[in-house]
Write a protein that binds this ligand. Structure first.
Ligand code: CP3
Length: 341
């Protein structure tokens, strides 16, 4: 692992070896994470900076990836908003008070990262202190669309029916909600940078459910606003989404330094949409469940498509699956580092 690889790649500068880290690199596939989860809920870990820092460092100690990601969750802003956030095993997040009305939106305030989410900033500080300049710490937040989808649906969704009903049926309230979210997460990201995060990632996990024209009308201005606020101090930004093959031109217009793509589009084809930016991705997380020769073929395919062009960050196209063997995470990092075209 080297402290500069990720930062250089974000800026499209050459690196000795392609930087590699994994979304959800801290989590249930790690026995040392499960050991802590036996005694603490996910929200307890997030609210305890010492514990959250320990969990953030677990994959760094074990695998030496080229970045640490702070342990937190994109849904944490829903607690100070009083939406009644909890996590249910097998079901994912659940909100007791989802947002369905313009009045509810009007009552929401832009959060203050220091008073409302200070525990995350403290975790960022602890992880950065611990790592020094060994590897950068990635701070993150949810993007306005993905957060709005959870806030409106009240939990996970397949078709985003209520979200789209709200977007089309109450466009003014929709834009008010996304604008409050954009200001909240933009300032939260900027505060994480001040606390020591050297790279910032905006997670728009579910935005791929939208038509490109709807993305441009209903989402893009707000994602751009969040990224503009986040990048104010010059910290590089990564913009992540899944199923975004038809949205990449529009996502590039939102202005991040790095666009993170999933496996549903080949990496070289995705990159043609934003040749002036860096790219992150894009191995299918399920490839880590495959036998070693198949895993090797797939890792090599991603690297061959990147063709050593400066500005590639190796990652999965989405988070590490809980069923993954830590040995295959290790093997993937080794394959990236040993790759010779
Ligand atoms: O290493 C890391 O990346 C850990 C930090 C992290 C978590 N959540 C901790 C977590 C990050 C970056 C997130 C982001 C997040 N949270 C996203 C965006 C990324 C993505 O996967 O699309 C989303 C959509 C969420 C919302 C969320 N949090 C869901 C849907 C769930 C339940 C589903 C699941 O994977 O279990 C969570 C809970 C959660 N957040 C877990 C972790 C490690 C698993 C909970 C557990 O330990 O039981």
């Amino acid at each position: 692992m080297s402290g500069d690889r990720l930062l250089n790649a974000c800026r499209g500068q050459p690196v000795d070896v392609t930087p590699v880290w994994f979304m959800r690199q801290a989590g249930r596939y790690l026995p040392e994470y499960r050991a802590i989860r036996e005694h603490h809920s996910i929200l307890e870990i997030c609210h305890d900076p010492t514990l959250a820092a320990e969990v953030s460092l677990q994959p760094v100690t074990r695998f030496e990836p080229d970045a640490a990601i702070v342990f937190a969750d994109i849904l944490l802003p829903f607690e100070p908003w009083g939406l009644g956030l909890s996590f249910h095993p097998g079901e994912g997040p659940v909100l007791d008070h989802p947002i369905r009305t313009a009045d509810h939106v009007e009552g929401l305030r832009v959060l203050d990262p220091h008073t409302d989410l200070g525990f995350v900033l403290e975790t960022v500080r602890l992880v950065s202190q611990e790592l020094g300049h060994r590897v950068p710490v990635i701070g993150f937040a949810g993007a306005p669309f993905t957060l709005a989808s959870y806030a409106i649906e009240g939990g996970a969704s397949r078709q985003f029916i209520e979200t789209k009903r709200f977007m089309y049926g109450q466009p003014e309230a929709w834009h008010a909600l996304l604008s409050t979210l954009a200001a909240t997460v933009g300032q939260f990201l900027a505060a994480q940078a001040k606390a020591g995060a050297q790279v910032l990632q905006l997670f728009d996990s579910w935005v791929g459910c939208l038509a490109p024209s709807d993305y441009r009308r209903f989402v893009l201005p707000h994602s751009r606003q969040a990224l503009t606020l986040a990048a104010a101090a010059g910290t590089p930004t990564i913009h992540f989404g899944t199923c975004t093959a038809t949205l990449l031109d529009a996502m590039a217009d939102a202005g991040a330094d790095v666009i993170s793509v999933d496996w549903r589009i080949p990496l070289d084809r995705a990159w043609r949409h934003f040749p002036d930016r860096a790219i992150q991705g894009n191995l299918d997380p399920a490839a880590l469940l495959a036998p070693a020769p198949e895993l090797r073929t797939q890792v090599h395919d991603v690297l061959a498509r990147a063709a050593r062009r400066p500005g590639h960050i190796f990652n999965l196209g989405h988070g590490v699956l809980p069923q993954t063997s830590p040995d295959h995470v290790r093997a993937t990092i080794d394959l990236v580092r040993e790759y010779r075209p």
